[in-house]
Design a protein. Sequence first.
Length: 262
Amino acid sequence: MIYLYCTAGILEGNVYPLKNGSTMGRSVKNSIILKDSFVSKEHCYFYDHQKDFYIVDNNSHNGLFVNSIRFRLKRLYQGDRIKIGKNYFVFYEGEGDILNRKYKVLSSKDKEKVKETLMKKAEYKEGYLQIFYRIISPYLQELDRKKFWDNLKNIIYKFNIENFLFGEMENKKVKKLDILTSYYDKIPELTPEILELLVNEKIVTLERSVKSLDLREYLVIYPFKRGKKSYIWFLGRFAAEELTEEDLNQIYFTGLILSFLK
């Protein structure tokens, strides 16, 4: 089956099967109805050409964007991110198992020890310095902080980080504060055991399989504090095989830098 999964907007969390001729817009005549003033009555439509799926802008006022680029016509590929008005969707072909948010705990590590190790490695690890300068340099140079955060997702994509959410933790509950970029934007269900680890400043790494994509997903939850408040970065990566320790360290290092910025 081919789906559109709404990751942000008025239809967040809903899944829509797509077929040749499916339409999207404000009008109730559409296959997918978007009651959004930034969406045209008949905003766009989809068509299947020899098993390739396309999205077409139907002369809409505000256009459509795929992976942050505006298109009139675009062939869609697995995982493409579509923005229409204030709504975000993921194009997905598979068994629906991407909606299964159940993870297993892969590891939990003391944040201060990890931080100390990473800082030592960063002194001579080119990969870490590259991450540092790619994130920190634009922040220091960009006077418009809002513009910087809006553009940060493009930097993060280059590290192959798919999930990129920001949340606040209070009384062992987590609420979503900001969606920066994500394959899907709902915070996964966190067990009491995981929340306890996060309260105690442990970096938690979770893993799950997406069989229909033949991928594994790794989600690193990086806790940090600002004053009396506790926050969390969710940083995830899809991989065709197990991540190495070095791969995970690079994600940890990204969390460390983001915590410094935020």
